[in-house]
Design a protein around this ligand. Sequence first.
Ligand SMILES: Cc1cc2nc3c(=O)[nH]c(=O)nc-3n(C[C@H](O)[C@H](O)[C@H](O)COP(=O)(O)O)c2cc1C
Length: 152
Amino acid sequence: MKTLIVYYSRTNITKKVAEYIAEKLDCDIEQIIPKVNYNSKIGYARGIKDAIAAKIVELEDLTYDPVDYDEVIFGVPVWASKAANPLISYIDKNKGKFNDIKIFVTAGSSGFESTINQIEEYVGFNASKTMTLKTIDVKNDAYESKVNEFIE
Ligand SMILES: Cc1cc2nc3c(=O)[nH]c(=O)nc-3n(C[C@H](O)[C@H](O)[C@H](O)COP(=O)(O)O)c2cc1C
């Protein structure tokens, strides 16, 4: 089984989990980097606006082609109860290239289900597995057993 992890992360929470999974599975990992700047306070406000609009933004060059993989694991933070739009932009750019998908979502407290639903809608089929993690649990390293179950 060939797996690719594709994630977006603004403050390294989703990144921490993505890298943990990549190490466990010894698989390829792709970080989505938007050309739009979502850092700082202004970036936060832009993130809310762009996530609500599901705005498609330009991305920096990507290394891997998802069509070469049996499954793609998406990792994404919730923005305004939706998926952070850089991930939606990635899916838009690679439409029709996904064989099987799994999704994990990080958020402070809310918007997990609507985010998963939105991603599945954009991909065009449902994830074979999903996982939701609270930011605080990732920060406190209280995520490993849940993640191990997700990837087994
Ligand atoms: C623009 C923006 C909107 C957010 N909206 C939500 C939200 O609707 N619900 C929630 O629980 N957390 C929300 N958060 C918090 C993030 O989802 C959470 O901190 C996440 O774990 C950050 O992951 P990252 O470090 O990988 O970017 C938001 C954060 C940002 C920057």
